[in-house]
Each structure stands twice: as C-alpha cells, then as structure tokens.
Design a protein around this ligand. Sequence first.
Ligand code: GLC
Ligand code: MG
Length: 533
Amino acid sequence: MKETAQYLWWQSGIIYQVYPRSFQDSDGDGVGDLPGIIKRLDYLKWLGVTAVWVSPIYPSPMADFGYDISDYCGIHPLFGTMADFDKLLEEVHQRDMKLILDLVPNHTSNKHSWFEESRSSRDNPKRDWYIWHDAAEDGGEPNNWLSVFGGSAWEWDEQTEQYYYHAFLKEQPDLNWRNPEVQQAMFDVMRFWLDKGVDGFRVDVMWHMIKDKQLRNNPENPNYKISQSTYEQLIPAYSTDQPEVHDVVAQMREVMDAYDERVMIGEIYLPIDKLVTYYGQNRKESHLPFNFMLVTLDWEAQALSSHIDEYEGAIPEDGWPNWVIGNHDQPRITSRVGLSQAKVAAMLLLTLRGTPTLYYGDELGMRDVPIPPDEVKDPQGLNMPDKDLSRDPARTPMQWDNSPQAGFTDGKPWLRLPHNYQRVNVEVQRDDPYSFLSFYRKLIALRQQEPALNVGAYEPVQSQSSLLTYIRKYEQKQFLIILNMSHKPCIFRLGKQHYKGKIVAATDPDREGNEVDGNITLYGDEGFVIELD
Ligand code: GLC
Ligand code: MG
C-alpha cells in the first residue's frame, strides 16, 4: 500500500484486543499469561491484524481482574515477569506489529501504596491524592453519586472518619486528578512504558477522570428501567465528562507527543457530540476516542446509517475515526445481533472508514458462554445478581483447537469453555473457506490491500429498508458495500445511479466473483463488498 504511506500505523492498521487472562495459558494455572500471548503472535500475524492491545497485566489484587492496579510499573506474577514483558514487546516488534497497553489512571487499587498512605491519616502528604470528604450533616454520604458496579460511590473510612469516592468498586478508589502531584506521578508511569518502547495506551474510563469540584448531586434519570444497572438511576452529569478533563487529557497527549508515533486511545462512552470533543479543541487530546456506536446502538440499518453520517461529520478535520464491535465489558457481537448477523457486523467493522478494533475470539464467531451462578467471577455480576450484568460470558478462554480445554490450558480454566468448542476453534476453522475465521481473514487482507477500503473516503448511499449501503473510494477505485441487517431477503434497487461491478467479498463465499449489474438481491443476513467498474 505504497500510495497511502502518509497514513500513520494506527490509522491504516487493525487493532486486536487480547484479554490476557483468557488468551493462552502457558503454565497450567488456568489463567492466560504473557508467554502464552508470545506463543500466539504468529496466529495474530497470520490473521493480519497489525496492533495488539493487552488489557491490564500489572500487579493487582484482582478485585476487578486487573483494573485495580497496585503497582503501575510492574507485572503481575500470574502473567509472568518483566523479562517476559520485554520479550513480548520485542517479539511483537519483530513481527512488525505494535503493542498497546491498558493505562488505568482514574483509580488505583485500595492496596496501592499511594492509597495506603492516603488513608493512613488526614494529614498524610498523599491525603489529597484521592477524593476524601466529610460526611453530610446527617452523617450520610457527601452526595448521591452511585458506583458503576452497584450501590453508593462513597465508602466510609472508620480510622480517619471521612468518605472516599470510588466510581467502581470500593477496592478501586478514584485518584484526585486535580492534584498536580497525581498528574506528574501518572505521567511518569506513562514515560516508564513509553521509554521501554510500547506503542501506545488505551486509557481506561477517560471521561471519568475529573469530577465536579463542588460535588453537586447527579440528577435522576427519568427513563430508568428496573432491568438496568442501578448506576443508571442517575444521570452522571457531575461525576463524569467535566470540562476540566480536557486539560488533563491534553497534558497526557503532550507526554505522548514527546515520543515518535505513539497512540493514545480513550475509553469514552458518550454521545457523538461529546465524544468528539476528546479529539481536542484548542489543544490536541486523544488520537482515537473509542467510538462505541456499534456496541451501543440498536442494530437497525436506517438509524445506524444516519449515526455513521453524523459521526463522519462531527470528527474534526485532523481527527481520525475508529470503530469497535466488542470488548471485555460488553456481550459479544454474536449475542447482540445473533450468530447469523455476526458476519454482516464484521463486514461493517472492516469496511467503514476508521481504525477497527477487534475483540479476541470474535473472529471465530465465539459466543457468550453461560456461566452458572456459582461460577460467576465478575464483580459487576456478583453485585447485581438479579440484573444479568456479569461480563464473564464474553471473557471465556480463546478456543484454539479440539484438545482438552481447547488448547487454552493444561489445567482448569478460570472460566469454563462452551460445550461446542471442539467445533468452534481456530484449528477447525483455519482451512474451512466457509468459516468465520476465513471470512475475517479475507476481509482483513482486502482492507489492508485496498487503499479505498483502508483509508479511502466514505460516501453514504441512500439506504433502503434494512440495507446499510455506502461507498469507499480512493483515487479511481470504488467499492460499494451493501449489508442486509435483517434476516429477510432484500433488494437493492437502483436509483439515479447505476452500479456495475464484481463481488469481491461476501458473507457467503459462493457469491464472490459474481458480476453485479443493476438491481442487487440479497438473502437475509447477507453482505457484499462490490468492486465497481
Ligand atoms: C473500564 C474497563 C472495565 C473496568 C472499569 C473499571 O470500563 O474496561 O473492565 O471494570 O473500567 O476500571
Ligand atoms: Mg498461566
């Protein structure tokens, strides 16, 4: 792809998320680890992805499976050693791929020495590193803020007789990002890994990092439904997305910009108009504020199409789009849109303009695995057992082959495998041209070969009923993408424009090579990439 050399690796590349506990175990303890990831790098290279994002691997009491960090500059022994990490980085780079780490700056573990100091007394120099507050006059919590994982966001500390704020578990106290010492400490953490040569960070809950200075009460959510997380009872107007967060993110970006070509991705669940402010307005901020539209919106062609247009229009001129189809916090795409639609979803992800992020196992059509109540591990699931919010089903071990435990471990996996892993795994899908894996690999290769699909312009085409339709274009080359987002057959009727070309990728490979000239008929759950004449 010589012509598009002016694009940076994180613009023309494809990111693959590895949830390290579940990717590959190497020592039989049932938990994936760094040597395991190293062993599978050739697979990732073969698949065609160009960057690997690894969820947290740092020392942690594992209250939230690594998102509660007790040492930002170490490696949890469960995952290996710093030498293993250095080897991983080297092996990734040897394969001409990039390594992105998870950075969790919003909160630490309650076992981090910073918090232990902070909670030791009211006059400890680190007291102000966290968000401490006196009880309200009636002795209750300082305000009504709720924890994402259920219950109040305030925890009473007996010893020093104040509350501290935790947006997530009480084992995850929020840092006070208004404190310059906290800022400097975290910038040093970033430099520690950047100096080692990591290619970027995915920044956890970026939009949570600053809270209202006056700690004003959050308003009630009039649309709250009882089936939702208790957190949804309030609108987090004062606990998230505060104007001052942009100053913090801009400073983080300055740290990144002292290095060559690193990327800063922000985990941000916000509507488009607010999301795009994290690219930065006056100062540069996140390179890629994660766009979760394909994860959060209803799967409906017309609505999705107008949201895509809105997103395309809202991105600042020097901003680069990105798309996500799943992660370790969400039900897998197969559970949201169904197995039969999952290839259509993949075709959408891999043909839109902007960097795609894949979630491990989605390339096999892995499904959420039902986890019996007594095996639930996720604190979100355990804290609100009646709401079906456990994230475990989407975190089950990668299915490599049909040996015991799917080749993931010689021991007992930390989460169970599905009953059918012997049919759904890398080994059996590799050579089957009709498999999910072959489909993903073909689309990835096509995207990486064709500048039009990779970095080319996006042009909406008037969508018809359940079809999502658009054109990708680079210089003289044009591709028409038609996706049937329903289970029923559908006809793409020509309007003023006549389309003629050849199907180069299809959800059913038997359709590939077919010429298209005029109206186009599609089966339910069918998608085409058509190279136009
Ligand atoms: C992010 C992570 C999620 C974690 C939470 C708290 O949303 O993706 O897994 O539980 O932050 O750190
Ligand atoms: Mg292990």
